[in-house]
Write a protein that binds this ligand. Sequence first.
Ligand SMILES: *Cc1c(COP(=O)(O)O)cnc(C)c1O
Length: 365
Amino acid sequence: MGLKFDRVHNYNAGPAAVPLEVLERVNEQWFNYHGAGMNVMEMSHRSKEFDKIHNDTIAKVRQLLNIGEDYHVLFLQGGASTQFGMIPMNFLGEGDTADYINTGTWSTKAIKEAKLFGDVNVAFDGNDVDFMKLPSQDELKLTDGARYVHITSNNTIKGTQFRQFPDTNGVPLVCDMSSDIMSHPLDMKPFGMIYAGAQKNLGPSGVTLVVMRDDFAKGANEGLTTMLKYQTHIDKNSLFNTPPTFAIYLMGEVLQWVIDNGGLEGMAARNQKKADMLYGFFNDHPDYFKCPVAEDSRSWMNVCFRLPNEDLEGKMIAEATRNGFIGMKGHRSVGGLRISMYNAAPPESIEAVIAFMKDFMTHNG
Ligand SMILES: *Cc1c(COP(=O)(O)O)cnc(C)c1O
C-alpha cells in the first residue's frame, strides 16, 4: 500500500483516525514530555505541567470556537451518552418542556432520557422519512417558552448533517456535535450548550467536551448528585476529581493540528473537497452506487451508500479490507456501506478508495 508505518486507510466511524502528525508528535514525547521526565499519563493532575496542558487545551477550544469567558469549557466522562441524561437532569423539571429534533438513532436515545425528567415535544420526527432527510425550518413544531431545543448536528449512522441550524426564536440550542465538532466554522451565539464525545473528531475516547454558556448554566436545577451537576465541573475547571488526563492532552494536540491546518475554515475546505470527490463519484455512477440520503441533507463526515445487491456489498467490504481500506461496513442497523471521513482523514485516502471502488465496479459489473 505504501502508507507510512504500513498504516491503513481508516474509515472507522468512531473511535476513528487521528492525524498521523499528532501520533508522531505524541510518539516523540512518549517517555519524557518536554523535560518532565515522564509520560503525560504518569503526571499528577494537580502538577504544573498538567495544569498547562489542561488550560492550553481549553484555550484552543476557545480560539477555534471564537468564544470568550461567557462560555465554560468542560472535560467530562461517560461519553456523549451520559450527556443525554445529564442535560434534562440539570435543565428540565416539573412543568418544563424541551423540544427535541429527532433525526436518528442518537437523537432517539437523547429523547428517551429526557422523558425521565420533563415534558418532551418532538419538534420533528424523522422516522416518517426513515431519517433520510433533515427538516426545513417550516417543518419544525417548536414550543413557545421551551427550556431548550435539542438537536444532533451530524447523524453518524444515517449520514445526514446540519451545516446551518434552525431558528429557535431565542430558545437556546443544545447540540450533540459528537461526529462533526470542529469540522466547519460555527457561530456559537444560538447555543446554550454543545457537547461531543472526543473519539470522532477530537482524538481518543474517554473525554467528552462540553461548552456551555454561563447564563444557560445558571438556570440548572438544584439538589443533584455532585458528579452529574455541571456546576461542580464549572466551579473546579473540570478538576473536581481526576479528569481523563491523557485524553485531554491528546485533544489538545489534535486541536493544535486543526489550528496549524487553517482552523475551522481550513477543516471546512478540506472536508468539502473530500465530500465533493466522493459524492461526485457516486453521482457519476448512479446505476451502481446509490446514496439514500436526500442531497441537501448529506453529511461531509459519514457517507452512506448501497450497491446493486447485498452480495456485492459483502464482497466489496471484504475486498476493501484485504486491500487496506478499513471500516467501510455500514452500521448494523442500516446495512450497506459507510465511509467515515472526519477531519483527520486525508484527501488522498478518499482518492485511493475511489480508485479502489472504480476498479471493483469494473470487475463486478
Ligand atoms: C458516537 C456518538 C454518540 C455516542 O457517543 P459515546 O461517547 O459513545 O457515548 C452520541 N452521539 C453521536 C452523534 C455520536 O456520533
